[in-house]
Structures are given as C-alpha cells and as structure tokens.
Design a protein around this ligand. Structure first.
Ligand code: SF4
Length: 325
C-alpha cells in the first residue's frame, strides 16, 4: 500500500460574487488556485500563510465541507471529489477536523459524553454501553478523565475544550485530521501542551495531520514538512527544518524574519513587507507576490513562476530560481 494518505492535485476553489435582483455573477474570488501537495501516513504537513491566503478553504475542500471548483483529492487511493454524499459517508470517519474555536465548535447543550460519542454511534462503530467505555478511553487519551463525561462545555477551560474536540476527532479512528488554527485561540503555555498532545497521539496512533496556521513558529514546531501559501497558491514546500534554515521564496523569508528569536543575543533582521495582500478578486497576472516583493523583476509581473524542485524535498515557485536552473 502506498505511503501517501492524501494527494491534492491542482485544487481550485472559486467563489462567485453575485449582485442585483437576478443574482448575476459579477466577479470571482479565487480563494484557492491550483494547490498541490501530498501527506504521508503519520506525517504532519503544515500549511502556513497570512489570513485570507486560502489555507482554510483548502482544508475545507479536502473534507468536502466546500465543493472544489476543480482538481483532484485522492484520499487512501480514492478520488473523493466525485463521490456522492452516500459514498462520502463511508469515508467521513477516516477524515476529521479540529477547529480554531473550541467553544463554538462544541454544542453547549450536550454533555461531553454525547459530544465525544455521537460520531461513533452515528457511524455504527459502537453499540450500547460500548460507547461510554470508549468515550472514557478517549478522554483519558487526551488528558481528561471519566468524571468529565457528564459535564458541559462551559465548565471547561479553553485548553480542556480543545482536548474534548481532539477526543471527538479521534473517536472514529481517523487516518487524517485537519487541524485548522487548532491552537491559535489558546494562551501560549496551553498551545504548547496541545501541540505536545497532538504529537504524542500521532506517535501512538499513526494519524496524519494537515496543520493549518498563520503562525510559522507553531507550524514549524509540529510539522514534518511545510507548504507556504500566498494568495491562493503554494509558493514553497520543504521539510520543516530546511524551510526554516534555508528559506528561498522572498515571502517565506519575510515570514521567518517576523518570528521572534528566543535568544536575546541573536539578532534577526526583520523584513517589512510594504502594502497589503492584493484582493483574490483580482490577483496580479504574473507572480502573485509581485506587488510586495523586495526582489521583484520585470518578468515577475508578466509570467507566473512554476513550482520547481531545487533540491530533494525543497520546491519553490519564484523566477529568482527559475533563472538559475
Ligand atoms: Fe519576487 Fe519575482 Fe520571485 Fe515573485 S517571482 S517572489 S515577484 S522575485
């Protein structure tokens, strides 16, 4: 069996902008515009970029919470973009999501026992008393205890609520969990506890994560490989350490320069990007970073750079490197 659990090929998601009485399409938001990557079994692939770059939409398309405009999503060897809802239901337990806000993603009217157990029951994975036993096991696995089963979400702290969300995601024994800004709403000390928990669970269960975040230091900590997204496209992919030590794309360099260094003796020159991210309604014609890139050349405004492998496990889409090859 292939080592690859998920393959995304040229994923595109456009949102029409409608107006008028007839609701005519007057523009198109190009939220995701040709994204490709793979995730192996038990691997964490981080997707990082500023808010609005399309990383959350990519995650939602992979789970078919949004319908892709085009492209292929191959999960465990099955192309899922063409599956109907009935076919998709069989695969659903194997792909789960943990959202950013652990409070709004938990039903306040249900006790933890039902929140964690309902997917297992819905998919027919457990029967009767078995569900309670399984919920207890899951809660212990995420650092909570059996007594928490009968409490309601408002009785927990933010970190504990995120542990409940993780227990719920694990309840169906998934092969892939999309963690969408899963620690962004938490305090820094709690963030590291949840990241450690995710790591330990991965080592134990072999689950793969698509870890989506705007914070490069968080993504670097947990990911084996990282894809950097800008305005609907992946502009650089590399192993985590390699990306951090040897960033090639000017946008990645700017992102890394903004990460605080914990050692006061080490001084890093911050690259300040001028201007805002262009609108995904009307992205630049050539390289999408051209309006903010400190190294832009004339070719950049005209021709879109293609993704090229510059060394094993390190690819970049930038004319600076295409010129050299
Ligand atoms: Fe900058 Fe040009 Fe590279 Fe785009 S292609 S990142 S504008 S140098």
């Amino acid at each position: 069996m292939s080592d690859v659990i998920l393959e995304v090929r040229n994923l595109v998601k456009y949102f029409p902008v409608k107006a008028g009485i007839l609701q005519r399409t007057i523009a198109t938001v190009k939220a995701v515009d040709g994204v490709s990557f793979q995730i192996k079994r038990g691997e964490t692939f981080g997707l990082v970029g500023e808010s609005g770059c399309g990383k959350t939409t990519t995650g939602r398309c992979i789970l078919r919470l949004e319908e892709p405009t085009s492209g292929e999503i191959i999960f465990k060897g099955i192309e899922i973009t063409k599956l109907n809802q009935k076919q998709l239901k069989k695969l659903r337990p194997k792909m789960q999501i943990v959202f950013q806000d652990p409070f709004s993603s938990l039903n306040p009217r249900l006790p933890v026992k039902e929140i964690v157990g309902e997917a297992m029951v819905y998919h027919g994975l457990v029967k009767g008393k078995e569900a309670e036993k399984k919920v207890k096991e899951l809660l212990e696995m995420v650092g909570l205890s059996a007594e928490h089963m009968y409490r309601y979400p408002h009785e927990f702290s933010g970190g504990q609520r995120q542990r409940i969300c993780i227990a719920r995601a694990l309840s169906t024994q998934p092969d892939l969990i999309v963690c969408d800004e899963a620690v962004s709403a938490l305090d820094v000390s709690i963030q590291s506890q949840i990241l450690k928990l995710l790591e330990n669970l991965q080592a134990k269960l072999g689950v793969a994560y698509l870890f989506i975040s705007h914070a490069l230091n968080v993504v670097k900590y947990i990911s084996h490989r990282i894809g950097v997204m800008y305005l609907g496209k992946i502009v650089e992919v590399a192993e985590s350490e390699e990306l951090y030590l040897n960033p090639l794309h000017p946008y990645t360099k700017a992102l890394i320069s903004a990460v605080p260094v914990p050692d006061p003796k080490v001084k890093r020159q911050k690259i300040i990007l001028k201007g805002d991210v262009p609108s995904p309604l009307n992205p630049p014609k050539g390289c999408r970073f051209v309006t903010r890139c400190p190294q832009a050349m004339s070719i950049c405004a005209e021709i879109e750079p293609q993704m090229l492998e510059v060394s094993s496990n390190h690819s970049v889409a930038c004319h600076l490197f295409q010129k050299q090859l």
